[in-house]
Design a binder for this molecule. Structure first.
Ligand SMILES: [Zn+2]
Ligand SMILES: [Zn+2]
Length: 362
């Protein structure tokens, strides 16, 4: 068994080189030597999902990785001899250095980091600065130049050609005039009111769509609402997998298998198909009765997306902030200082009392 080695020693001094965000080069942190990353040859492969279900992914697309597993959040992070992390980058729980080897489907593509760690921290600090209710000392703690972890987070993307036959109903709205009795100035009058009525007609047909890169998170170590909040991703910029883009960063192994994540992809696609059907039915209202979808040309890719993560424990609680390594979008815990909230409410009450007093006085 051959373990993947994702280290790239500096040709000048031998120190491990690191990918430099925003560039297409490796840089030696020791002597400053730079090496361009060669242009990716060939396109990004798409794999057959049925092959994955039958465990028949081509051997060339598989790899064995040594990973450390966090017992607290379940993250499996690639073991890196050059990064001596003692705590989990996702939840700040101590990691027992119990490493194992696992077989993974290799990534087919990645979005390299654009933001440097400094830029990511600036984005986080701007975001924290807008949280007026956050405890000041937590903000200070977060801002104190704390190290962030650059992590490639695993995702699955799915392509599919779908064709859906449906039956349903098209609703046409018309208005009927109804006399109603109302009281005006103490006297009862009869007025005409327009009431909307829907008449339903049977409808059926077929819609087709080509889905490209339906994106599903392949791990559970970051809460989904965080990763959803830092979307969207510029997936058109995906480049063929090149381990040099991972040098000096950590890659998380996927923990949600490709077949399982497809269930979520199908829900996303179904919602799009329903919109297509409603548009196809037309009219003023639509009802979808039955729909039957045939899925062809179903393929997937395993892709890695860059996220800067700051996780720490503060007064016994875990705080986590994530920054999109491409766009700088931030999401994280929204901590509240109970003292600040108390004084804010107190100030509002005093202001209301003052206003009431002035109104009585005038
Ligand atoms: Zn060097
Ligand atoms: Zn963890």
């Amino acid at each position: 068994m051959k373990l993947e080695d994702h280290r790239f020693p500096c040709p000048a001094c031998g120190a491990p080189m690191r990918f430099r965000p925003g560039t297409t080069a490796l840089r030696c942190p020791h002597c400053g030597h730079e090496e361009p990353i060669p242009d990716a040859r060939g396109g990004i492969p798409e794999l057959d999902l049925r092959g994955a279900a039958e465990k028949a992914v081509p051997a060339v697309e598989m790899e064995d990785l040594r990973v450390v597993r966090c017992e607290s959040c379940g993250a499996e992070v690639e073991f890196d001899a050059d990064i001596h992390a003692k705590v989990c980058p996702f939840c700040a729980a101590p990691i027992v250095t119990d490493t194992g080897v696992r077989r993974y489907i290799k990534p087919q593509a990645q979005l390299p980091f654009l933001l440097t760690e400094d830029e990511a921290r600036q984005a986080m600090n701007r975001w924290l600065g807008r949280l007026w209710f956050a405890p000041s000392n937590l903000r200070a703690y977060a801002r104190a130049g704390r190290a962030m972890d650059g992590i490639y987070v695993p995702y699955w993307t799915y392509d599919a050609e779908t064709r859906t036959r449906y039956s349903g109903q098209r609703g046409k709205v018309h208005y009927e005039s109804h006399p109603v009795r109302v009281r005006v100035n103490g006297r009862t009058q009869t007025q005409t009111q327009q009431v909307a009525r829907v008449r339903w007609y049977p409808a059926q047909g077929a819609v087709a769509r080509n889905f490209d890169d339906v994106l599903v998170l392949g791990s559970n170590s970051l809460p989904k609402r965080y990763t959803d909040a830092i979307a969207p991703w510029d997936l058109s910029a995906l480049s063929a997998y090149e381990p040099r883009f991972l040098a000096g960063f950590r890659a998380e192994g996927y923990s949600v298998p490709v077949e399982q994540a497809y269930g979520e992809a199908k829900e996303i696609m179904d919602e799009v198909i329903r919109q297509d059907i409603r548009r196809d039915i037309g009219g003023d209202r639509q009802r979808i009765g039955a729909m039957e979808t045939s899925v062809g040309a179903l393929t997937f890719k395993h892709v890695l997306l860059p996220v800067w993560v700051a996780a720490y424990r503060y007064h016994g609680k875990s705080y986590r902030f994530v920054v999109n390594g491409r766009t700088g979008a931030v999401e994280g815990e929204r901590p509240y200082s109970s003292m600040k909230v108390f004084f804010f409410v107190l100030a509002m009450v005093l202001a209301a009392v003052a206003v009431a007093y002035l109104q009585v006085a005038s």
